[in-house]
Design a protein around this ligand. Structure first.
Ligand SMILES: CC(=O)SCCNC(=O)CCNC(=O)[C@H](O)C(C)(C)COP(=O)(O)OP(=O)(O)OC[C@H]1O[C@@H](n2cnc3c(N)ncnc32)[C@H](O)[C@@H]1OP(=O)(O)O
Length: 498
């Protein structure tokens, strides 16, 4: 028997799968609000190919409000099982990612969408509202221990493998599920046939995990002091105490804005709301992000820069040009006021590496114009001001630039110590120079974005359940091929920024 012509029976999974948000249609049935294709399917299908169908379309529909899913298949021909080869069982594959309700009949799904209650609201509690592009948005916050939050998360987790490279779904049944907080982002849109009524349209979500911090206790100066120094030994597990009041590190784990809603400033706003939420949260000592990708990194860098620049004590940080460099080449400790910087960092609850990167970016933006790195390609041998003729810097300006480079070199060296330590000294120096040039290029790119940003947010009304201070920003693509980190701990080398 001849082998099946696999090409004729294979379909690229990124093309064959179509996800859509639907709402009740005026004349009955459902109507699509938005459709989009997955970005990644390699964790689900080998070589991102689905075998065994012709003219295949995998339709995954979601009721735009409660996100009840429906899995549907369309194809013109299915491969007949031959000698152990058979068509991929798509229902079986997707049952790992979608809840059981997704596999009910289309008419049951349609009836459920039609039945959506007019007063339906997302689970949890309303945490913040904002307006973007004239559309009202709401952020709802709930704990994973809440069955309604768990149900909604179960329905949308399929977006993790489809949109986050290397992302993994949360085990919603894990014993300590109450450590997860989920933020759901919704738009409120007028219903087509009843324009005076608004209905919820799911836009994205984020999950946040709480790590408790157990420190070796340092004796407090007074009994009332030192809320954050808690030792496991000090806790009396026979007594009832509120775990949620313990100091913690809060980690943004997954963060998704659906494709239809991207590139509109919505992700930046959502991040700022989360950041503000935990800035106001007394138990949170530090806000970190789990393995961010380049787009998220850019969004966060700009948001953090914008937020920090609102703090006078951050703006007061500067390069101390009076500092003298030792002949032995040891980098002085206080090129900027380290104690003051650390105080700002703690107040802003930003993890050390992220904070000191943003500070470097800010200090670079304050360098005198003739020495300030611009958007040039260091690998193309362009000078730091690009191909144009740069004004000649003074000696003092050159010295300030050198001090800035030393700050960046010291951090980059510490961050990549192991890797750089394997190189011979001349190579090590060259690699460090090259990395810092790339870092400067990346900062220049981000600073350019920050400067060009038209901040529409002031004209938009916004409220939140806490004090509404925003750190909104936009996003972009990152270039550096450098180190990654588990924030708050020492980093491992990974494709990210230095
Ligand atoms: C911790 C983690 O989960 S890491 C994984 C992050 N998640 C993903 O990668 C999943 C898929 N991607 C996404 O969910 C989204 O693309 C995100 C979250 C990364 C970014 O969300 P977005 O809503 O697109 O961000 P936002 O719109 O604020 O910024 C993106 C771009 O839009 C631009 N933009 C901002 N406001 C506007 C606006 N009003 N109009 C047009 N463009 C705008 C920004 O300048 C930015 O441009 P850039 O790409 O040149 O920098």
């Amino acid at each position: 028997m001849s082998e099946p012509e696999t090409d004729a029976w294979s379909a690229p999974s990124n093309e064959a799968i179509v996800l859509s948000l639907v709402a009740p249609a005026a004349a009955g049935g459902v109507k699509p609000i938005a459709s989009f294709k997955p970005k990644y399917t390699y964790t689900i299908f080998d070589d991102e190919q689905i075998f065994g169908y012709q003219d295949l379309r995998v339709n995954i529909q979601f009721n735009a409000s409660d996100m009840r899913p429906h899995f549907g298949l369309n194809y013109s021909k299915k491969f007949k099982p031959t000698g152990g080869t058979e068509a991929t069982n798509l229902k079986e594959v997707f049952s790992e990612y979608l809840p059981e309700v997704a596999f009910q009949k289309q008419k049951e799904f349609t009836a459920a969408v039609e039945r959506t209650r007019a007063d339906w609201t997302p689970p949890g509690k309303l945490a913040a509202t904002f307006t973007k592009g004239g559309i009202a948005h709401e952020v709802w916050k709930g704990n994973l221990a809440d069955p309604a939050v768990k149900q909604l998360l179960n329905r949308i987790q399929v977006f993790v493998p489809l949109y986050i490279e290397g992302g993994t779904c949360i085990d919603v049944d894990e014993p300590e599920s109450d450590r997860w907080t989920v933020f759901f982002l919704y738009q409120k849109r007028p219903v087509a046939h009843e324009p005076e009524r608004l209905s919820y349209v799911f836009v994205g979500y984020s999950t946040v995990y709480r790590f408790f911090l157990f420190h070796i206790p340092t004796p407090p100066a007074s009994p009332s002091e030192n809320k954050s120094d808690v030792s496991v030994d000090q806790l009396d597990f026979n007594q009832e105490f509120d775990l949620s009041s313990l100091p913690c590190r809060t980690r943004i784990s997954q963060f998704i804005v659906l494709p239809r809603f991207q590139q509109k400033g919505i992700g930046s706003k959502f991040y700022s709301i989360l950041f503000q939420e935990y800035l106001n949260h007394t138990s949170t000592v530090e806000i970190t992000v789990e393995d961010p990708n380049e787009a998220f990194d850019d969004m966060r860098d700009l948001a953090d820069l914008q937020f920090l620049r609102q703090l006078p004590e951050f703006n007061a940080l500067h390069i101390d040009t009076a500092i003298k460099l030792d002949k032995d080449g040891i980098v002085p400790r206080n090129i900027f006021d380290k104690a003051a910087a650390e105080a700002v960092r703690r107040k802003a609850k930003i993890a050390p590496r992220q904070f000191y990167r943003v500070l470097e970016m800010h200090l670079m933006s304050r360098l005198p114009e003739p020495v300030r790195p611009g958007i040039v390609d260091p690998e193309a041998g362009e000078n730091r001001k690009g191909k144009g003729v740069a004004a000649k810097p003074t000696k003092e300006q050159e010295y300030e630039y050198k001090l800035w480079q030393l700050i960046a070199k010291k951090r980059v060296y510490r961050h990549n110590k192991e890797l750089l330590g394997q190189l011979e000294v001349p190579e090590r120096i060259a690699k460090l120079e090259e990395t810092v040039a790339n870092v400067a290029f990346d900062y220049a790119r981000l600073l350019d974005k920050a400067a060009r940003r038209v901040d529409e947010e002031d004209e938009e009304n916004e409220t939140s359940d806490g004090d509404a201070v925003e750190a909104g920003s936009k996003s972009g693509k990152r270039k550096a091929d450098e180190a990654a980190e588990v924030e708050g701990e020492e980093p491992a080398i990974k494709k990210r920024k230095a």
